[in-house]
Ligand binder design. Structure first.
Ligand code: VGL
Ligand code: ZN
Length: 232
């Protein structure tokens, strides 16, 4: 009988033996696991805690073992950053209009060099090869690991990944509906194949932002997968 597999982009990709519609990805040198903002401030007890944020840590640790190339991102704001509600004397989670568009105002979080900006202590990815810091310009936020919120200023990650011959980006981390969302959309715009691994992410979900995020990602051709779809 015929084995249910097909070959995609030079990588053996087959169906899950128990779930024929589930595609299995076997990471190669052309794949990167991009771990977005698994930092103390986005976990329980942190300044901008994402519900169950720390639950991604064991999932990410296990996934990372299956990737040769792992890159971490770190939200990295100076004190008094333009995205901080305190700077504008406005309530957290309200919005203001800035030159580059609407900005959600957040509690002060991920201030450079603080414990809140450090990676979660249980994140164990010793073979991670680069850390991309973002949001360091005082007047520009950056949810995306590729482009700042002005949609023009690059972080350098596109060039880094291209120079390393990466073609597929697997995004995980915090938060699904902000930094993971914008990272995935910009990766797709830059020409990478993109998948978001849902159970390795958690969301803030502000006024329906999670549903909108999945719709936007679907429209951009970003695949929505679960961690059992990544084989070792
Ligand atoms: C994030 C809000 C503000 C995120 C970062 O990592 O999703 N969200 N800064
Ligand atoms: Zn931030």
């Amino acid at each position: 009988h015929r084995l249910p597999f097909l070959v995609m982009m030079g990588t053996l990709t087959r169906c899950h033996p128990l779930e024929p519609r589930l595609m299995i990805f076997r990471p190669s040198a052309e794949d990167v696991l991009l771990v977005v903002d698994v930092q103390n401030d986005f976990c329980s007890g942190g300044a901008l805690a994402v519900p169950e944020g720390e639950a991604v840590v064991p999932v990410v640790n296990a996934l990372a073992e299956r990737f040769q190339t792992v890159i971490l991102t770190q939200d990295w704001h100076p004190a008094g950053h333009v995205s901080f509600a305190s700077r504008h004397e406005r309530p957290a989670f309200s919005t203001i209009d800035l030159d580059y568009g609407t900005q959600v105002l957040w509690p002060d979080h991920c201030v450079q060099g603080t414990d809140g900006a450090s990676f979660h202590p249980a994140l164990h990815v010793p073979h991670a090869q680069a850390v991309v810091r973002k949001g360091y310009h005082p007047e520009i936020d950056s949810y995306s690991a590729f482009l700042e919120a002005d949609h023009t200023t690059p972080t350098g990650l596109t060039g880094y990944l291209r120079e390393r011959s990466v073609r597929r980006v697997f995004a995980v981390g915090l938060a699904t509906d902000f930094c993971v969302l914008w990272t995935a959309l910009d990766a797709a715009k830059a020409g990478f194949s993109v998948a978001v691994i849902e159970d390795a992410c958690r969301a803030i979900d502000l006024d329906g932002s999670l549903d909108r995020a999945w719709s936007a990602m679907r429209e951009a051709g970003v695949e929505r997968i679960e961690s059992p779809s990544i084989s070792g």
